[in-house]
Write a protein that binds this ligand. Structure first.
Ligand SMILES: [Zn+2]
Length: 66
């Protein structure tokens, strides 16, 4: 699956960027908030060389401090 973002791979220059999701045990958990659900991580991967261009939390609001 290709995204329609304007990302470009800094390694090989490809603009074919796939989107992957880390979830389950790779969930990103807010530090010190044991009862929270955590967030999946969206990774943007160059489909030509495999370089991970960026990672983004799926639910950034769970990291907000109250
Ligand atoms: Zn690349």
């Amino acid at each position: 699956m290709l995204t329609n973002t304007n990302l470009k791979c800094p390694e090989c220059g490809s603009e074919k960027i796939g989107k992957g999701k880390l979830s389950g045990y790779a969930n990103l958990q807010p530090v010190g908030k044991f009862l929270s659900m955590g967030s999946g991580i969206i990774a943007y991967v160059c489909v030509d060389c495999g370089y991970i261009i960026k990672m983004q939390a799926e639910k950034p609001h769970v990291f907000k401090k109250k």
